[in-house]
Design a protein around this ligand. Structure first.
Ligand SMILES: Cc1cc2nc3c(=O)[nH]c(=O)nc-3n(C[C@H](O)[C@H](O)[C@H](O)COP(=O)(O)OP(=O)(O)OC[C@H]3O[C@@H](n4cnc5c(N)ncnc54)[C@H](O)[C@@H]3O)c2cc1C
Ligand SMILES: NC(=O)c1ccc[n+]([C@@H]2O[C@H](COP(=O)([O-])OP(=O)(O)OC[C@H]3O[C@@H](n4cnc5c(N)ncnc54)[C@H](O)[C@@H]3O)[C@@H](O)[C@H]2O)c1
Length: 453
């Protein structure tokens, strides 16, 4: 027998959770369907455990860098206990009870769409006026010869590990690779990171990649750029990874940080009129509509795969269903990699500006040369800020910062880009002394940001 709902949310990661909560608050009859754990990848295997485990080493290096502090030590048992608490011991009973308490029908089952407005979730047939696809993404595991002979991890094993290996090879030099290598190296693991590109974090400006490499090396990571893993073997000295430069590196574990793929295969989305791109991403319009009354949010859309974007799209869809539609805009949304120091960016890069034929000006600031805060913060001050402006419009279009707390103060650039605040206003903005935020004014001092300057 069919059960009827105003909306069915397929996948309860951060995107699905926000959409469901907003609709429940508005009094809608909602079914939420989750095959694993309510909270999704982010809460159990990605953002939350990684940031929880990156914090203790950050505090330790922070203590070592601050004048007058001695004796901070890492305690893996305590750190991993707290991580287990933060990932709810991989148990979502409290979340199930909470959504049930809010009036949702919670179905813990694998679901697929069987036709317009109809889903099959385990034994249950769900008919819904609106279907919200929020099935997220999964780790891409490349076809590495010999991988079956060695221990391989993705983010799931890495960030739920109870014991750390002595040696680790990380394949992939983007966000997951950088955070994984930072976490493991700071906890004393001998880490080699192999990246096939010329720069780490290739979607950012090359300068960001250079700085990321510098700080990974400072943490003890051996960074191998322009190098590919060819074959994994098991020998007397444990596992080994043969690389395409003719060398081989011994390791206990090979960690894939090689990207994510939308979870869209064989879920019947086409039965509801949804179009999938070649990448498997669900195609959406500016209201996150995938077809008729079918909506899609989060990683499955392939649009900026971040939790904050999934949550934002969840609000966009809930508003559309509740009769107050607004277009999503992705301008200025921050991107933060939680290295040590943090690596943050917003807006577009120089390469993207060039592709768009924009007339630009750039400035880079070494924070220690211009500001007091880096010196009051740590004995050997770190930090760089890069700005990119559109000289025709006199607005900021891109910014990056590699610095302590950059993930916090990048939000000024984020807002400036999104709201297109004139640089004359930004330049006149007064930041508290002594803060990292003062960097913006100092960088604007260096910048030719209007054509007539
Ligand atoms: C190591 C790592 C660290 C990260 N750190 C950050 C960070 O610090 N900040 C940040 O913003 N982003 C981070 N991300 C990205 C972030 O995890 C994702 O962008 C986010 O989880 C996407 O949310 P989502 O709701 O789209 O999907 P997901 O979190 O993937 O959730 C989708 C849910 O759908 C369920 N599902 C799928 N198919 C079905 C089905 N057929 N039936 C029922 N249920 C189904 C899944 O079980 C899952 O629970 C990180 C990613 C990784 C890998
Ligand atoms: N702090 C954060 O917000 C945060 C942290 C981690 C991840 N994330 C999100 O998760 C997404 C996935 O991150 P990611 O780093 O896994 O993926 P990615 O797609 O950003 O990078 C994957 C990397 O793996 C390399 N690669 C792919 N296939 C390979 C192969 N066969 N051999 C060698 N190298 C290969 C690519 O060149 C690339 O550098 C990101 O887009 C990001 O949005 C966010």
């Amino acid at each position: 027998m069919e059960e009827h709902f105003d909306a069915a949310v397929l996948g309860m990661g951060p995107g699905g959770e926000v959409a469901a909560s907003q609709l429940l608050k508005a009094g809608k009859k909602v079914a939420v369907i989750e095959r694993e754990l309510i909270g999704g990848e982010c809460a159990y295997w990605a953002c939350v455990p990684s940031k929880t485990l990156l914090r203790p080493p950050e505090a330790k290096t922070g203590a070592a860098r601050a004048a007058g502090v001695t004796g901070a030590e890492l305690d893996w048992a305590a750190a991993s206990d707290y991580r287990d608490y933060m990932i709810r011991h991989l148990d979502d009973k409290a979340q199930v009870d909470s959504y049930t308490g809010q009036g949702a029908t919670v179905i813990k089952a694998e679901a697929r769409i069987t036709g317009p407005g109809v889903l099959q979730a385990g034994e249950r047939t769900i008919a819904a006026e609106h279907i919200i696809i929020a099935t997220g993404s999964e780790a891409v595991v490349p076809d590495l010869e010999g991988a079956e002979n060695v221990t391989t991890w993705t983010n799931r094993e890495t960030f739920t590990a109870t014991e750390l290996p002595k040696r680790a090879m990380v394949i992939g030099g983007s966000a997951v690779g950088t955070e994984t290598a930072t976490f493991l190296a700071r906890f004393g693991v001998d880490v080699t990171l192999v990246h096939r590109g010329k720069h780490l974090l290739e979607r950012e400006d090359p300068r960001v990649g250079e700085l990321a490499r510098h700080y990974l090396q400072e943490a003890g990571v051996k960074v191998r750029l322009d190098t590919n893993a060819l074959k994994a073997t098991r020998g007397d000295n444990g596992n080994a990874l043969e690389l395409d430069d003719g060398t081989s590196v011994d390791t206990d574990v090979v960690i894939f940080a090689t990207g994510r793929r939308p979870r869209s295969k064989e879920l019947g989305f086409e039965a509801a009129g949804v179009t999938l791109a070649a990448t498997g991403a669900v195609e959406i319009d500016q209201h996150c509509r995938a077809a008729g009354n079918v909506w899609a949010i989060g990683d499955v859309t392939g649009v900026m795969p971040f939790t904050h974007v999934a949550k934002y799209q969840g609000r966009i869809v809930a508003d559309a269903i509740l009769g107050r539609p607004r277009a999503a805009t992705y301008e200025g949304i921050p991107r933060v990699v939680f290295g040590d120091p943090e690596i943050a960016a917003a807006g577009i890069t120089q390469a993207q500006a060039d592709e768009q034929g924009l007339s630009t000006a750039v400035a880079e600031l070494d924070l220690a040369e211009s500001l007091a805060r880096p010196w009051t913060y740590e004995r050997e001050p770190r930090g760089h800020l890069g700005l990119l402006t559109d000289t025709n419009k006199g607005v900021l279009i891109g910014a990056w910062a590699v610095s302590p707390l950059a993930g916090e103060w990048i939000h000024q650039a984020s807002l400036a880009i999104r709201a297109r605040i004139p640089i004359s206003v930004l330049h006149d903005q007064v930041a508290q002394f002594p803060t990292y935020s003062e960097a913006f004014q100092a960088a604007f001092d260096k910048l030719k940001y209007r054509k007539e300057d």
